[in-house]
Design a protein around this ligand. Structure first.
Ligand code: 7TS
Length: 403
């Protein structure tokens, strides 16, 4: 069981803001002290570049940077050379689409997407479809707004080449039945890109067991820094993909009329990388592993259950995902724009998100303009839920005068 009082000692944001009720971890998690410490150590005591210096300080920085790759690989049970560092999940997803998608797809090929996708996992594929003449097809969501195997089978054909789906929806909190989808997609020879931005921080992910072809995630949603993310890819696929950025560090040999590149993963990492951030993300993975991914999921499950039960009792509250599988709850005060309602939460230091969450397709599907979204993580407790519910009641009461 997570001891939240102890846990908060690792998150100095609580020291700086004692009244903080932070329920926006689906946007960005708070940063663990341990992560900041390893970044500080590199920045204060070193700060030199990696992969190029012929002096001890640079060798040491390279070792720390590559050790972080090892830790991150271990965290998702990948091999070292299958971890490509990117700026975040968005860049990772764009990398696959721009490299694999634009290089290998052609007219007649099909891409499967869904209305649950974050813009970062739908727009790059829409772009690929527009540029290559491939067709993008969407899985019909069920009445609850979930991707189901039954509906997935209806769009899967022998022409399917790419399936790009989120593992956990950032608006609905649903877990996609991704393992079965991967098995079915592989039967027709398609590859599967899993957007793990909302799953990797919260549950145990084993890429070998899932057998996904690609997995993308961000450091800043898993107590790590902003500006760093990961594209996991099977080596045989990364090997055949062309780089999309050219220049420093990724080149092997350069001539006037031809050039060669380093091997995977380095051919995708152009220029000086985000060294401190990668080192920080390595420590973040250890930090989460020390807590235990099952513990994290269980903790969020407990808080979510209480929150949903309490929300259901408040008149004029519409919950869009009462059966959410994770700590993500989307709701609205009936008749009130989410941005208006958000002001009440802000006044009470309750940080939630309001809007379309960069996932407009599901917002359209819900026939609304946006939602209020609360999301739980390792540093939240039942007291946070109480304060959250009190703010929902206050907002519902206050706006009832106007509707
Ligand atoms: N995919 C999903 C499912 C996400 O939730 C997000 C970010 C991304 C991709 C993109 O990640 P980034 O790190 O590159 O920005 N989602 C959110 C959110 O729900 N609120 O703010 C960012």
């Amino acid at each position: 069981m997570i001891d939240v009082k102890e846990m908060r000692k690792h998150f100095l944001a609580y020291e700086a803001h004692p009244d903080l009720v932070y329920l926006d971890s689906a946007a960005s998690a708070l940063k663990a002290k341990e992560v900041i410490e390893v970044m500080d150590e590199y920045l204060y005591k070193s700060g030199v570049n990696v992969h190029r210096g012929v002096y001890k300080l640079s060798y040491d920085a390279t070792t720390k940077y590559e050790e972080a790759r090892e830790k991150i690989a271990k965290f998702i049970n990948a091999n070292f050379e299958e971890i490509v560092f990117t700026r975040g999940a968005s860049s990772a997803l764009n990398l696959v689409a721009s490299s694999y998608g634009l290089s290998f797809l052609k007219p007649g090929d099909e891409i499967i997407s869904s209305e649950l996708e974050h813009h970062s996992n739908q727009m790059p594929w829409l772009n690929v479809a527009n540029k290559t003449g491939a067709t993008i097809k969407y899985i019909q969501l069920n009445d609850e707004g979930r991707v189901t195997i039954e509906e997935f089978k209806k769009v899967l054909t022998k022409n399917t080449k790419v399936v790009a789906l989120t593992h956990v929806s950032n608006v609905m909190g649903y877990i996609t039945p991704i393992k079965e989808i991967i098995e079915l997609a592989h039967e027709v020879g398609a590859i599967v890109i899993v957007d793990g931005a909302q799953s990797v921080p919260h549950m145990k992910i084993d890429v070998k067991e899932l057998d996904c072809d690609f997995l993308a995630f961000s450091g800043h949603k898993m107590v790590g820094p902003t500006g760093v993310g990961v594209l996991y890819g099977k080596k045989k696929l990364l090997d055949k993909m062309p780089p999309i950025e050219f220049g420093g560090d990724m080149a092997e040999d350069v001539y006037l009329d031809h050039m060669t590149f380093k091997d995977t993963p380095y051919k995708f990492e152009t220029g000086t990388p985000m060294i401190a951030e990668v080192i920080g993300l390595g420590r973040a993975c250890e930090f989460l592993q020390e807590i235990g991914m099952d513990e994290i999921l269980e903790h969020e499950e407990k808080l979510k259950k209480i929150a949903i039960e309490e929300l259901k009792k408040i008149p004029n509250v519409e919950i869009y995902n009462p059966n959410t599988d994770t700590g993500v709850i989307s709701f609205n005060i009936k008749g009130v724009h989410p941005h208006d309602a958000a002001s009440v939460f802000d006044k009470n230091n309750v940080c939630i998100r309001a809007g379309h969450h960069c996932a407009e397709l599901i917002i359209h599907w819900l026939k609304t303009v946006g939602t209020l979204r609360a999301s739980f993580y390792i540093y939240n407790d039942e007291e946070d839920v109480k304060k959250f519910i009190a703010s929902v009641k206050e907002a519902a009461d206050f706006f009832s005068m106007f509707i």
